[in-house]
Design a protein around this ligand. Structure first.
Ligand SMILES: [Zn+2]
Length: 245
């Protein structure tokens, strides 16, 4: 098991959700990490990478613009966040408030470490939300088209080559989607109906510059998966409620 703090995590979730909604690009990201995480399935997903990058850029800009207005309680809030997530940082004294941006620059590793820890919790909240994931994967596809990849991971068409989906990704997606086809609700658990075959479907197809990333996979039955065109990104907004109405 993993310990999560959920310390003010929803403001970061909201930042990421809004950023994706307004199509804020992956800027200032580590290109090598992006290439690695999009070409083959990585436990540190593209959503983790996006969260760390967006959070750092957002708060850096905020400190640059409003650092001189930083209040004592806001500083206390930052210190309690660092404490909750067990990340060491040299405190900023209120008399140095005009130095807030410099404080962030000088403590870049601590901030990145904090956002990295928080990105695990952001992922935990947003991974089940396929309405978010389809928007996110469209943004990823744009970035993939702008990124230079080693030729061995690309098809002749210039899209990322298909790789087999690891068992740990299949398990996570199977549980997230409750063992049912997200299109037609067919039971794919094999408990009741043993004649169905489960398929792991790319939300944004590789042909459309989709990624080999856990966030881009959903559960479908063979029939729905086969009838899906590989030139169209799709998911559904159907979810299983915790109890019947
Ligand atoms: Zn189906």
């Amino acid at each position: 098991m993993k310990e999560f703090q959920f310390h003010d995590i929803y403001s970061l979730v909201s930042l990421i959700d809004r950023s994706v909604h307004y199509e804020e690009q992956f800027w200032n990201h580590d290109e090598e990490m992006f290439v690695a995480a999009s070409a083959k399935f990585s436990r540190d997903t593209l959503l983790h990478l996006y969260t760390v990058t967006r959070a750092y850029n957002h708060y850096h800009r905020d400190f640059r613009k409003n650092g001189d207005l930083i209040e004592e309680d806001e500083l206390e809030h930052w210190m309690s966040l660092f404490a909750s997530y067990g990340v060491k940082i040299v405190p900023l004294k209120i008399e140095d408030e005009e130095e807030a941006e410099k404080w962030m620059d000088d403590n870049q590793d601590s901030f990145l470490d904090l956002f990295d820890k928080m990105s695990e919790e952001v992922f935990h909240i947003l991974f089940p939300n396929r309405n978010f994931l389809i928007k996110f994967n469209r943004l990823v596809a744009e970035q993939i088209q702008e990124t230079k990849y080693p030729t061995n991971v690309l098809t002749k068409k210039g899209t990322i080559k298909r790789v087999s989906i690891p068992k740990w990704v299949q398990n996570a997606v199977f549980h997230r989607d409750k063992g049912r086809c997200i299109y037609c609700n067919t039971d794919l658990t094999g408990i009741v109906n043993t004649l169905t075959t489960k398929n792991f479907d790319h939300i944004v197809p590789l042909d459309m510059h989709g990624a080999n990333d856990p966030c881009n996979i959903q559960l479908a039955c063979e029939k729905c998966n086969k009838s899906k065109s590989n030139t169209e990104a799709s998911t559904t907004n159907k979810y299983h409620p915790w109890w019947p109405e």
